[in-house]
Design a protein around this ligand. Structure first.
Ligand SMILES: Nc1ncnc2c1ncn2[C@@H]1O[C@H](COP(=O)(O)OP(=O)(O)O)[C@@H](O)[C@H]1O
Ligand SMILES: [Mg+2]
Length: 299
């Protein structure tokens, strides 16, 4: 592929077009979205809005449906219920390419990078700049090195060596390179799947800084994490999923870090358990472990 045209998003995104679009429509909007895999309901009735210049955090335990949700946003899965709108217009993506054409870029946890290739080469992976024509065309190495270097510096990332293989970068730096790449190629929405999950405190800080830089640049960011502290440092809006359903949906102003941590830890369920354990009784006041009745041989 030799597609080097830069801002794909701007070409296709025309908020004023027909089909219910409007200038003040959110970038992305899900209404009543569900996804079933055969008998398994991975998601039910999920509503979500992602605005420009906003970080929306999606939290939830393993199996909550986070990955399924982002795969729908990214065009990898089609929802089995509900609607998906971009700029107020309903969409039915057939592939991640369709989502990308609408400016929706996803950075997965296992980054699509080639470890032994240099940083600049990974920056342009799949969208290489070529020079010359037809069978005589070749990679424009000079242009790609220069642009990758400029773009990374623009985001405040100063890598000692742009020719170093990506494998030499820290986990946080790799995430940041992937973010800078998405921004350069015209992303309006950046979806990050647990970018801090495998990172220590310092490296997580690096990634959180670029999440906030992307927001400052006016992108809509969807930040998936199960760390409420990371979410609260950058989030404007919080959605907690549990077993495929929305358990909490709240703007930052209506929430504290304690609320978020409490919900993530199991919230109400945990309160009940704590109460029960503290008194050594069941919820109805009887002993938690009933004594067997005489003559009851058990199972
Ligand atoms: N391709 C699939 N086929 C069948 N079940 C799936 C598939 N993908 C996810 N699921 C199920 O959907 C539920 C939500 O999974 P997932 O979205 O991966 O959650 P999370 O990312 O929050 O851990 C789980 O019960 C999972 O087993
Ligand atoms: Mg997941």
């Amino acid at each position: 592929m030799t597609d080097t045209t830069r801002p794909r998003a701007a070409d296709t995104a025309d908020p004023a077009a027909t089909n219910g679009g409007g200038a003040d429509a959110p970038l992305l909007e899900l209404r009543g979205v569900g996804k079933s895999f055969g008998n398994i309901k991975a998601l039910t009735g999920v509503d979500l809005k992602v605005g420009a210049g906003e970080v929306t955090c999606i939290l939830g335990d393993n199996g909550a449906g986070k990955s399924t949700l982002i795969k729908i946003l990214a065009g990898l899965h089609a929802p089995t219920a509900g609607t998906y709108r971009v700029d107020g217009r309903e969409v039915a993506f057939g592939s991640p390419r369709d989502a990308l054409d609408h400016g929706i870029a996803t950075v997965y946890q296992d980054l699509a990078m080639v470890p032994l290739m240099p940083v600049w080469r990974n920056f342009f992976l799949g969208s290489e700049i070529r020079t010359g024509w037809g069978p005589l065309s070749r990679l424009d190495v000079a242009a790609m090195r220069r642009i990758a270097d400029e773009e990374l510096k623009k985001m405040g990332i100063d890598l000692p060596d742009i020719d170093a293989p990506v494998a030499n970068l820290s986990g946080g730096q790799k995430q940041v390179v992937a973010i800078a790449r998405a921004v350069y190629f015209g992303a309006r929405v950046l979806i990050l799947d647990e970018p801090t999950a495998a990172l220590g405190v310092k490296q997580s800080g690096v990634v959180l800084k670029y999440i906030s830089a992307a927001r400052e640049a006016g992108l809509g960011v969807v930040f998936i994490t199960h760390n409420p502290h990371h979410a609260f440092m950058v989030g404007d809006h919080f959605v907690i999923l549990r077993l495929g359903e929305t358990e909490l949906d709240s703007p930052r102003a209506e929430l504290t870090l304690e609320d978020l941590t409490h919900h993530m830890a199991g919230g109400a369920e945990l309160d009940a358990l704590e109460h029960e354990l503290a008194r050594g009784e069941g919820p109805d006041g009887r002993p938690a472990v009933p004594h067997p009745a005489p003559g009851d041989g058990g199972p």
